[in-house]
Design a protein around this ligand. Structure first.
Ligand SMILES: [Zn+2]
Length: 305
């Protein structure tokens, strides 16, 4: 989802040969752009940048020089108009994992009480977030970027709220008013962030907010585990899946030019979270689908066998 590289200025943009190519190309705008591209967000100018980027990159590689980034991105090969085809495919794989989990939870979580509603909210916001990610990776435009960034914050907040509710359940706190206040607090955090970012988008602040919320989210599942392990011998799996989902962001550190112009570190990160999303739903639907009394009975059985 979040693209760290886009924040940084790119070395390729300062290359005088590349800049000259773009200037010359845009003079003749309107003659070379295929009509189908414009309908999916390609303008003549962006098509010129794409063509010049690949031409210049080929020249540099022929001279034995390193591949550079242009406009905050590596030179990806466009597939059916999509800028980052692998990242789109893996974003859709994540979307499918959460959509399938949401469907699986629909009837299986009847006995889960208020947790059922929370998992539904989480599932819907997960599908929403990955749909924006696919759109953004298909075409990096101002509105797709904002949609991706804001929906990612919503997704993290939904995960955090789900984790907090599990902590309350595991602690025996049944106060419905408190749950609604916490839900309103999450909505307020999102509204405040979106308001600030809409006025003046600050990438650094946005990333900091994302990482801070992500860290609190991960720690909240650890807090849940310290209580849930008394009644569930498999509670560690829930924590491990969430921890792995955050740890997989380390793929971003590999930042390398895309293999075959398609597969980069960001796409690998998205590839790694799709199976984790699937396993998360499998685990929690199984655990939360069992009424609390039956969970205690199951643990007693496990311990006495
Ligand atoms: Zn992404």
């Amino acid at each position: 989802m979040l693209v760290l590289t886009a924040i940084l200025a790119s070395a390729g943009d300062r290359d005088p040969v590349y800049r000259g190519c773009v200037e010359e190309c845009t003079v003749g705008c309107g003659q070379t752009l295929r009509p189908t591209w414009s309908s999916i967000g390609w303008s003549c100018a962006s098509d010129c940048e794409y063509g010049c980027m690949h031409a210049r990159n080929a020249e540099r590689l022929a001279l034995g020089r390193a591949t550079l980034q242009y406009n905050g991105k590596w030179p990806f090969v466009r597939v059916l108009g999509m800028q980052e085809a692998c990242a789109v495919a893996f974003s859709l794989a994540n979307l499918a994992a959460h959509a399938s989990g949401l469907r699986r939870s629909w009837s299986a979580l009847r006995a889960a009480g208020r947790r059922r509603a929370v998992w539904r909210e989480f599932g819907v916001l997960a599908v929403h977030g990955w749909a924006w990610a696919a759109l953004f990776h298909a075409r990096d435009l101002r509105w797709t970027e904002r949609g991706d960034y804001f929906s990612a914050i919503l997704f993290i907040l939904a995960g955090l709220f789900t984790a907090v509710l599990h902590v309350l359940d595991a602690s025996g706190v049944r106060n419905a008013v408190l749950v609604w206040l916490l839900r309103a607090l999450c909505a307020g955090v999102f509204a405040a962030h979106a308001r600030t970012m809409t006025r003046s988008f600050d990438y650094g602040r946005h990333m900091l907010t994302s990482f801070a919320l992500g860290a609190v989210h991960a720690l909240t599942w650890v807090a849940w585990w310290t209580r849930a392990r008394r009644t569930s011998a498999t509670a560690w799996r829930g924590v491990a899946l969430n921890a792995l989902a955050y740890a997989s962001a380390a793929f971003e550190l590999l930042d390398f030019p895309p293999l075959l112009g398609l597969l980069d570190a960001h796409a690998l990160w998205h590839a790694s979270t799709a199976p984790l999303g699937h396993l998360l739903w499998v685990y929690f639907v199984e655990v939360d689908g069992v009424p609390p009394d039956d969970q205690t009975a199951a643990l007693v059985r496990e311990l006495t066998i």
